[in-house]
Design a binder for this molecule. Structure first.
Ligand SMILES: [Zn+2]
Length: 64
């Protein structure tokens, strides 16, 4: 899922840093995975239940 603030959308600007940081902290507390911590691409709005390796395994197991 993507979680955004309607003022900022998906943008990465200096004024959005506090919002993204708070989102990342809450996601960690919940034990979820946050796209803002990815190395290759920062998906600040993105939150998912499984890490990317697990998602790839699920896709493989189900022929997706
Ligand atoms: Zn997303």
């Amino acid at each position: 899922m993507d979680i955004i603030d309607s003022r900022y959308g998906w943008e990465d600007r200096p004024e959005t840093a506090t919002f993204w940081q708070a989102l990342g902290e809450e996601v960690a507390i919940l034990g979820l995975y946050w796209g803002g911590s990815w190395e290759s691409f920062r998906g600040y709005a993105h939150v998912q239940f499984y890490d990317n390796d697990r998602l790839a395994e699920i896709r493989r197991l189900h022929g997706l």
